[in-house]
Ligand binder design. Sequence first.
Ligand code: FE
Length: 188
Amino acid sequence: MDIYRNFKIGAWVVSLIAVGFFLYSTMIAPAGNSANQNPQHSKIDTAMGDSDHQHTYEIKKTEEEWRKELTGAEYRILRNKGTEMPYINEYYKTETEGIYVCAACGQELFSSETKYHSGSGWPAFYAPLDKEAIDTKADNSMFMTRTEVLCSRCGSHLGHVFEDGPEPTGLRYCVNSVALDLIKQDMD
Ligand code: FE
């Protein structure tokens, strides 16, 4: 009987270890692995801080108010996270010097000095004017894992940031022209 009882206790111990390992492997390990397997997030997080934080925006308007203020295209992209057509948008090839501001609230976002030709079809910048000017969020839509870029003042959608940009940051801020207004200015 002692052997049988010891066997039963042993079986329970083995079962508990197995359940514990299962929970560890399904709930904890993948989170750690996915962070390692996705260098895009780790690099962007290093540059931008936590990309999944909740941000409270200084400018809060109802969707009805935004709808009245913005054009149809602006509303679709800035407030409904839309994407404009590549190549034929306003600032894709622009080399005019100046500051690009948020088309929804006017916050200064990017400088022409960090704009470069990425070939993607949209305006690309390797850095924002100020790290605090933009907010980032994980975006798992369209069967992809991307990092969304938003205006930190009004929360409007600007575009996405990718890890295939030029030095010194290695980042590419791929932004919709419609989300931007260029304020021409001599940058020398
Ligand atoms: Fe804004």
